[in-house]
Design a protein around this ligand. Sequence first.
Ligand code: PBE
Length: 295
Amino acid sequence: MKKYLKRLSVAAVLSLTLFVAGCGADTTSKDGSIGDQLNYTITGIDAGAGIMAATEEAIEEYGLEDYTLQTSSSAAMTAALAAAYEKEEAIVVTGWTPHWKFAKYDLKYLEDPKGIFGASESIHTIARKGLDADHPTAYEVLDNFYWDQADMGEIMVAVNEGADPVDAAADWVANNQDKVSQWTDGVAHVDGDKLTLTFVAWDSEIASTHMIGKVLEDIGYDVELVSLEAAGMWTAVATGSADALVAAWLPGTHAVYYEDYKEDFIDLGVNLEGAGIGLVVPTYMNINSIEDLNN
Ligand code: PBE
């Protein structure tokens, strides 16, 4: 029944659009259901991201089966958002905080009355087993690492404005020695020991991983940053092929990975608080809740 009604309204919009087009007017009509305006598409990111699994669950729980969750990447998602925003077109993306997009555009999270995307999250630092014995200095610095959203935001915004992440991270480190010294004060320097950090190319994690990598370089490590898919990132630390990651979103977003490997790594605790995930739309869109995607 629902499907039938939707088809009817698609037909109605089509004929209206054709009529308007015939008159030489703008064909990017904002009429039609929310689903029509969105082409029944949710713009996602990489398949392994926790937010993708959460969105699939939301599609099921909110009865959004007419929608397709498009798999892409962080970069493709923000490019799609920029293109839609410029034309004031409808778009819904898998979004998260902290992220520079909230500074650049007027956006809102859709309310999630069923709580599928969870409440506030924290980002944790995870080390491989044995890191404390093999590289006690790195272990201590990683254990001490703690910053806030504004800190991460500075690097993310600089990268979005075109800076190389290596330079943006180095600038932040240079300008925030008070904070950095709280993590590094009194640690023994090393002489070129190799250290591998792994991350996924999400904007937030590009920022944090480059920053802590620079801090570790400054105390003498030869740091390699390895970008992987989400599952690969967790596997690398669990199997010891990477030394650490600073990109664990808990308790919800990475719960599956955490559970899979929890015997095989050391959780060094929170490095950033107040993170979150959800479905995000521009404020010019006339909807407020995930439930409204059915309108
Ligand atoms: N994110 C950014 C990740 C964690 C960090 C929200 C895109 C995810 O969904 O797994």
